[in-house]
Ligand binder design. Sequence first.
Ligand code: ADP
Ligand code: MG
Length: 395
Amino acid sequence: MNKKTIRDVDVQGKRVLVRVDFNVPLKEGEVSDDTRIEAALPTIRHLLDDGAAVVLMSHLGRPKGQVVEDLRLDPVAERLSTLLGQPVRKLDDCVGASVEEAVQAMESGDVVLLENTRFHAGEKANDPDFAAQLATLAQVYVNDAFGAAHRAHASTEGVAQAIRKKGGPAVAGLLVEKELQLLAKAVENPEHPFMAILGGAKVSGKISVIESLLERCDRVLIGGGMANTFFKAMGFEVGDSLVEDDVIDTAKSLLDRSAGKLVLPVDVVIADAFDNDAQAKVVAPNEVPSGWRILDIGPKTISTFESALRGAKTVTWNGPLGVFEMPTFAVGTFDVARLLAELEATTIIGGGESAAAVQQVGLADQMTHVSTGGGASLQFLEGKTLPGVAALDER
Ligand code: ADP
Ligand code: MG
């Protein structure tokens, strides 16, 4: 990696402002999944061990530039404190006089968590004044929020520039470093056969990823809701299945250009309602009766995918192959997860729901890497730069 990391800077006795991705799910006012908090611990511990005072910041949800009580970071501070085994002081804003006063009083080894950065409209607007206010809080900036690195926001991009302007370093945290190194394996010099599996709800958000992967992979296996639009492009009627009419033509041209490389399901599980207990059956994709919808890939498709993946040396997977949230339609997703776990290959899982599915079957440890950033990992796989990373100091 050509960016500096926290290993390259001296933080002893300094205040270090760290952008983390604490955009975690909350249930009844408590953190219901702390994977992202866990993922930030190595960086926080490293900085504390090196004698820094650590000022953390993150966004949470979509408060749209104003204070939303339910999106305060207090439950996050509480969970972080438990995981770190030390107090974490939570402030009620992320900029302003009282925040500056509180951070100036910090000592080496202290941890402070600022309030949700998206309570300020300047965050998403990447407002230079807001970024400069954040930059006054510390001497060093660290970006460890891989999940937000594809956004040019004040806490990811603007603040890096602002810290540099006042002579301080802006460097990557250990999570960002690890994500970039592992994803680069799949992008820069993948060992072949290189297979991509793409699923999820929609094609539209992933068209440029499909195009880019088609150029670099030996096969691109398509499942999930996104396959339906391809079926429609092939002239099949797919009943009440999720279809994006406005990208049918794009799907058609992808099929024309890449015949042989794109592998589509040969059978699908359909249901007469969007319900775990609906009537379900397996049919060919051109045999979906009206009133029915495709909710999973079928057993023949799982075998086809299995043969394609046997012997693969690199596999990237983004997007579940069915509505895995309902057990009846989780078979395709979970079987493919088990298959990947057995392969002697570099396996990289990106995408919020895909990562959740792999975790749900307890196979996250069996994969080479499960990315914490859905959008960011996709953007990286497309070969695009991540603004939050681009803004950091070069080595
Ligand atoms: P990721 O977060 O892994 O990138 P997406 O956000 O693109 O994945 O899509 C995930 C969603 O796709 C899941 O919630 C799943 O229920 C849905 N999905 C998968 N297959 C289908 C299908 N056949 N019909 C409707 N939704 C589907
Ligand atoms: Mg998603």
